[in-house]
Structures are given as C-alpha cells and as structure tokens.
Design a protein around this ligand. Sequence first.
Ligand code: FAD
Ligand code: EPU
Length: 335
Amino acid sequence: MLSDVSLQAYNTFGIDVKSEYFMKIDSEQGLRNIILDDRWKEVNILLLGGGSNVLFTQNFAGLVLLNQIRGIAITKDNDREVHLRVGAGEGWHAFVQYCVDHNYAGVENLSLIPGTVGAAPMQNIGAYGVEVKDVIETVEAISRSDGQLRIFSAAECQFGYRESIFKQRLKGKYFITAVNFRLSKQPDFNISYGDIQKVLDEKPHESLSLRAVSEAVIKIRQSKLPDPAKIGNAGSFFKNPEITLDHFHKLKLNYPTMPGYPTGLGMKVPAGWLIEQAGWKGYREGSIGVHDRQALVLVNYGGGAGEDIKSLAFRIQKSVQDRYQILLSPEVNFI
Ligand code: FAD
Ligand code: EPU
C-alpha cells in the first residue's frame, strides 16, 4: 500500500491529483480482503480501471484500487457460440483483439475503446451501432458493504444508452470483478453505421472479416478522436441528448441543418454539433480546451486542472441550454 500517490499516469485526462492511499489489486479475494478489513471499513474506496472516463477535480481522500484482475476463460463452447468469463482488469481493446483473433464475433465494432473490461458494463460502452449489453450474459460484482459476490443478469444491470444500474442506483456499492460474454462463431456483420462501409470499400479485394471491420473502426476512430497518449481527454464529455419530436421540429425552423436521429420516442441530436454551432470547437483557454476535430471531446494539453475542465464543461452546457433549450448531461464521471 502506498500513500500520497500522484494519479496523473492513471487517468487519460492526465490530471495531476493525489490519492491518499493507493494499491494494485489482482484477485477477487484480494479485493474482498480489503473490503472486510476493519482498517478500510469507513474509507472511501475508488476502483479504477484505465481512468479513461473520469475527471478528477481534487485530491482523492481515500483508497484508490487499480484493477488488475486478469484472465480469460472459456465457459461454454459449441458450433454456434462461445461463452467467455473475463477478469475485470483485462484491457478492453486487448480483449476485442483476442476475440477478433479467435473469430468470436460481437465486439469488433467496439475496437479501440480505452479502459478495462470491468468498466465496460458501467456505462454500457457503445460505438458504431453496437453496445456491450448486446453480448453480456452476466456481470460478477462484489458488494462494498460485505464482500459478498452477486451475479447480475443482463436484465438486472438495467442497461441503457451510456447507463447501467452501476452508474445509477448502485453507484459505488459494487465492484465488478468479471464479465461473462456470449459471442457468436457465425458473424452477423454490422457495417451500416457511419463510415465503416466506406472504409471497407477502399480495399475492394479484401473479403469481409472481423479483422477487416475492426481495422476499419480503428481507422475511423484514429481520424476523429485525439489519442490520450498525446492529448489528455476522456472521449465524449457529454452524452448525445434525446429531445421530443416537437422540440426538434421547433428548433429545425431556426436551425435547418441540425442533424437528428429518430429513437422511437424522440430524436437524438449529436451533442458535438450543438457544441460546435455554439462556437466552442477548437476553443482553448491555457492548458485546456475543446478538441478542434471533435467538439464533444474536452482536452487537457498538459498541466490543466480538473476543476477548470469542469468549469469549462458547465459553461458549454449553459451556452447550449441558452441557445437550444437542451440540457447536456455529462458522460464522464466527476471524482
Ligand atoms: P475508469 O475511467 O477507470 O472508471 C470509470 C468509472 O467506472 C469510475 O467511476 C470507476 O470507479 C468505475 N469503475 C471502473 N471499473 C470498475 C469496476 N470494475 N467495478 C465498478 N466500478 C468500476 N466510451 C464509449 O462508450 N464509447 C466510445 O467510443 C468511447 N471512446 C473513447 C475514446 C477515448 C479516446 C477515451 C479516452 C474514452 C472513450 N470512451 C468511450 C470512454 C471510456 O473509454 C469508457 O467509458 C471505458 O469503459 C472506461 O473504462 P476505464 O477502465 O478507463 O474506467
Ligand atoms: N458533429 C459535429 N461537430 C463535431 C462533432 C460531431 O457537427 O465537432 C456531428 C456531425 O453531424 C457528426 C455527428 O455529430 O455526423 C456524430 O459525430 P461522431 O460520429 O463523431 O459521433 P458522436 O455522436 O460525437 C458517438 C459516441 C462515441 C462513439 C461514436 C461512434 C456518445 C456520447 N459518443 O460520438 O463514444 O465512439 O459515436 O459510435 O454517444 C464516448 O462515449 O466517449 C465516445 C467516444
């Protein structure tokens, strides 16, 4: 156990705050031992994966546990599908590449999302027409209060767009230790979203494969999103808002180019468009700002403070609210 540890290397925004206590954790039992130890009973514990969806706004008063619970095991295998139990501390993108290598279909569209497998159910990660809920069978988690293991069915996880019970009612109450996936051996390619087909068409002689889809997604993502190793960021800072059809049609009168995607109940409007149109794209103040190629991504060019990014986010939120009467909700977790 270490004290007073800088978390700069452990969050993709690169915010330099300190954690009062810090430990790496590589087994479910190790995690349970800490939970059951009287010393940590009243202490605030944060289980951290890749730190790619957090914004630290102050030093962390408590214990940060860095999740390194590893392991991929086949739990069921037949001609049609394979079931995998994956340790929560496995890297998400490495897991996707493992599936692509073995021809297990279902997660290829989620290539290059940073972070860990255990954090994926937290906000039901999604990209290019796929959400992780589509391939999750169950989630194994340990209770913060008594160390008991609970297995959540996918329905019990209450997955929604960038949402789950772990981000809502059970926030901070359970630590996810493993995720059980159900993947297909007969790929049902999902290439209709965004530019995937266009990128695949650049190599007309290559046959459609999980590898080809994964590579196309990687290429698109690299052209749009800043690499956290170069510029600090946490991906989309806000969720894409859903508004009523009535609201959408009224806004369209004043903003005829505003994009919208029907959701069944209303319209989803790209937050990146709203933020860009409100004049923020490429905005910079000192070490922080709004990415110049993707207005939904707030960035830290180096040395920026979490408090300042939070304050910028609230100003962006207010300007979008004033202009479009749409309240953007943050996707990133403020700590
Ligand atoms: P962390 O940031 O470490 O944690 C996030 C939150 O979850 C924290 O509150 C933490 O305490 C909690 N948590 C983490 N692990 C556990 C656990 N095992 N049990 C309980 N709680 C836990 N997201 C998308 O959905 N789609 C994208 O396309 C996407 N693109 C991104 C691109 C970039 C460049 C970046 C930087 C981020 C992107 N993200 C995207 C966001 C992020 O990668 C995901 O949310 C990812 O799942 C976070 O994983 P992590 O391990 O880094 O979580
Ligand atoms: N747009 C602009 N200006 C911008 C950015 C976007 O006008 O600066 C508009 C364009 O109309 C564009 C549309 O927004 O067509 C959508 O943009 P993009 O394809 O870049 O996707 P996004 O809606 O901004 C979402 C997810 C991403 C995910 C991609 C691909 C959310 C909050 N974000 O971004 O997830 O990778 O789609 O599926 O849903 C994340 O969650 O961190 C994340 C990166």
